[in-house]
Design a protein around this ligand. Structure first.
Ligand code: BES
Ligand code: ZN
Length: 462
């Protein structure tokens, strides 16, 4: 090798590790909390930051498209005519950092500790999304070009249910034409053990409002003779599961695709550390639907959870009151072939049927997303497997993920695209929780994986 030999993109990425990490630190400093109107300007700033990085990485036609709420960042690199086209999706918005007092270090002051970068969004999804931009930058810096065409879509509303993405995707369907999509927004099963996620759960998210008396009552004067809406709501929620942990909503399981023996065996073969699971959950043991393993319960079975419940008097001290109203937020994680809107309607009808006399029920559908499943034999997954193996030295396992990435179903339905879930997170990354982190090694190896994936795609798709 002569001293002047130009590095390959992967060699360049290795030399550029410190600078790439510094860029990720800049990115996570921006508190792009999509749900909080007070952070709207920060979300916009994160979009501009990302657009600038895309331009610097060599993307063309980069733009920040406004929507009714938070913008969508688009960019492309179309310098490989005749070669396949890859649509890259990621999100630059983050969950709120609450409860802030439980963070060891401030959520928007990235901190390196024990080989991980701690910050809100480090893993979900800024660190993972940025691997794709850094990969393009590595080609450009190494004076090479990717062997495929690239279209980048980064949204700022993923964590609030992507209310404006579908219309944008449909309006730009022709421009978004591609051969395959790639998304890095999932977890590997264990450090250093890559996994290809081939199924994601969907979501149906409801808010329930129950009303008893039209105004609060003295609980001594009226208690015991008037139905209490908080008591009633708790009884209704308690009836949503049976003793076997199954959801009791009529019709709920009808469209659920059963697990066959081959898939059960393949899920059981992926490493699952029950101890690490309990530590990550901080739970004494696992709970769930009878007849299924924890892995199956989280990835392949639908669930129902109360996310919040409130009503009546919740201030300090005691107040004897029989409240007029009680509220709950309920979410259901769905699996193929459940439909988010159908399940929402079934749940609302069931809640109304469970309401005792004297209690009115109102159900609002907050947001949802369809479940998704990718064919494990899709040729692009071969490129993903080779890329993971090259970067992590280990062949990936196939897993199903309990979380939701509704764009996967949307890209399938609106654009006919299969999505490769090329994730680099870990189950203990504390997503949506205090002390979110991203393994620094997974960030750098993630960049190398993306480069190796793009390099392997033309042959895999040929
Ligand atoms: N990155 C997650 C999805 C995820 C979670 C993948 C855990 C793998 C493991 C994503 O940002 C997310 O949180 N999605 C929401 C979607 C919802 C708001 C429609 C979710 O799953 O709650
Ligand atoms: Zn995410």
């Amino acid at each position: 090798m002569t001293p002047t030999a130009t590095p390959t993109p992967i060699e360049h990425a290795r030399r550029d590790r410190d600078a790439a990490l510094a860029r990720l630190q800049d990115f996570v400093r921006i508190p792009s909390v999509s749900t909080d109107p007070a952070h709207a300007a920060d979300v916009a700033r994160a979009a501009e930051w990302l657009a600038d990085r895309l331009r610097a990485a060599g993307a063309q036609a980069v733009r920040v498209d406004p929507t009714a709420r938070h913008p969508i960042v688009y960019g492309e690199w179309l310098g490989a005519p005749g070669a396949p086209t890859v649509l890259v999706y990621g999100h630059y918005d983050v969950q709120p950092p609450d409860p802030v007092e439980l963070w060891a270090t401030p959520p928007f002051e990235p901190t390196l500790k024990d080989g991980a970068l701690y910050a809100r969004g480090a893993s979900d999804d800024k660190g993972q999304a940025l691997t794709h931009v850094e990969a393009l930058a590595a080609y450009t810096a190494a004076d090479r070009t990717p062997p495929v065409n690239l279209k980048y879509v980064f949204e700022g509303e993923e964590e609030i249910g992507s209310p404006n993405l579908e219309a944008w995707v449909r309006a730009h369907a022709a421009d978004l034409a591609a051969d395959v999509a790639v998304i890095s927004d999932t977890a590997m099963v264990a450090p250093g053990q890559p996994s290809i996620v081939y199924a994601l759960r969907g979501l149906s998210y409801l808010e329930v409002e129950v009303t008893g008396p039209p105004r609060d009552l003295h609980s001594g004067q009226f208690g015991g003779a008037v139905r209490n809406p908080i008591n009633a709501l708790c009884a209704m929620i308690a009836q949503l599961h049976d003793a076997d942990g199954r959801v009791t909503i009529p019709g709920f399981y009808d469209p659920v695709r059963p697990l066959d023996d081959a898939e059960r065996a393949s899920l059981a073969a992926a490493p699952f550390d029950a101890g690490a699971f309990r530590r990550a959950a901080g739970a004494a043991g696992s709970w769930g639907e009878a007849g299924y393993s924890a892995v199956e319960r989280m990835g392949a079975r639908p669930t129902l959870d109360a996310n919040g419940i409130w009503g009546g008097f919740t201030g300090p001290g005691a107040k004897t009151v029989l409240p007029s109203k009680a509220f709950a937020k309920l979410s259901m994680r769905l699996v193929p072939d459940q439909d988010s809107d159908t399940v929402a309607a079934q749940c609302a009808a069931h809640l109304r049927s469970l309401a005792p006399e004297g209690i009115q029920v109102e159900v609002r559908n907050l947001h949802g997303g369809q479940p998704a499943m990718i064919d494990r034999a899709h040729p692009a997954l071969r490129a993903a497997a080779r890329a993971y193996e090259a970067a992590f030295g280990r062949a990936p396992v196939f897993t199903r993920e309990g979380g939701s990435i509704p764009v996967v179903a949307l890209l399938g339905e609106a654009l006919g695209l299969s999505s490769v879930m090329l994730g680099f997170g870990l189950p203990d990354d504390n997503l949506h929780a205090p002390n979110e982190k991203f393994e620094v090694e997974h960030f750098h190896k993630g960049i190398e994986t993306v480069i190796a994936f793009l390099d392997a795609l033309p042959e895999a798709l040929a």
